[in-house]
Ligand binder design. Structure first.
Ligand code: BEZ
Ligand code: FE
Length: 276
């Protein structure tokens, strides 16, 4: 096929979507064909490589279970998750930045009071977390829902462990009337994203590190404010510069302070963007 015929093939495929009733679906499919074809031309994709790609995506699908989402992981390591988060969470300066959700969030986590220990038996060094939830104008936000989840000191989330009778190192609590909150947990440690599937094989083949810098996940919700999904990263972590999922933002890096009594303290103040 001559280059002109290759172009007319792309155009012919795009035209097949002409009758799509939903305008956004039509826009997405036409653009997808444009960029997919351009990509194949750009790298001069061979038939063997095309088939390898098909096998790769098949293996990714076969790796998925109720608690394992290999496609999200693939999107994460390709930077697509972070790109989508960044495009859709453009907040005014002063608001806490959003970052990737990650695959280990679980709805219906146990509820806790301020001061409680959300670790609930997860292994790790004890840590106290405290801070405030405020709006962009500095106003305290009372009864904000604060959802937190993290890995244990072996790098595992509770959902990755078989036969665990209850949630560990995840929970939901509410800010007080003055916007403050505090809870006990364990110190965040770096961990590798799951490498026992096609995404791990890709990282290995491309000599990329699977290690995520130590972090604590948060999701904050409050009436009249945009929901915030973010992490707080641990400053001294050696993996900060090479997060495999590109989630690190300078403003989200904080100090886990070692106190004189040997305990560890993380202080972090969240600022939410009003919806109006
Ligand atoms: C996480 O932080 O839990 C995570 C995010 C993206 C990929 C894998 C894990
Ligand atoms: Fe995580």
């Amino acid at each position: 096929m001559s280059p002109q015929n290759l172009d007319s093939l792309t155009q012919a495929v795009q035209e097949r979507f002409a009758d799509t009733p939903e305008p956004r679906l039509k826009e997405i499919m036409v653009a997808l064909v444009k960029h997919l074809h351009a990509f194949a031309r750009d790298v001069r994709l061979t038939e063997a490589e095309w088939f390898q790609g098909i096998e790769y995506l098949t293996a990714a699908g076969q790796k998925c279970t109720a608690t394992r989402q290999e496609f999200i992981l693939l999107s994460d390591v390709l930077g697509l998750s972070m790109l989508t988060v960044a495009m859709n969470n453009d907040k005014p300066p002063g608001c806490t930045e959003a970052t990737v959700f990650g695959p280990f969030y679980v709805p219906d986590a146990p509820h806790y009071e301020n001061g409680d220990d959300v670790a609930n038996g997860a292994s790790g060094q004890p840590c106290l977390v405290r801070g405030t939830v405020r709006g962009l104008g500095g106003e305290a936000i009372a009864r904000a829902t604060i959802e937190v989840w993290q890995a244990d000191d072996e790098g595992h989330y509770d959902v990755q462990k078989e036969d665990l009778p209850h949630a560990q190192a995840r929970g939901v609590l509410y800010s007080r009337a003055d916007g403050s909150f505090d809870f006990k947990t364990i110190v965040s440690e770096a961990y590798p994203i799951p490498t026992d599937g096609p995404v791990g094989a890709l990282l290995q083949a491309t000599r990329r590190s699977p290690w995520r810098p130590a972090h604590l996940h948060f999701m904050l919700k409050a009436e009249g404010y945009e929901t915030l999904i973010t992490h707080v990263f641990r400053k001294e972590c050696v993996y900060m510069q090479a997060d495999p999922v590109f989630g690190v933002r300078e403003s989200l890096i904080a100090d886990w302070k070692l106190l004189p009594d040997g305990a560890t303290l993380l202080e972090f103040d969240f600022v939410l963007n009003p919806t109006r």
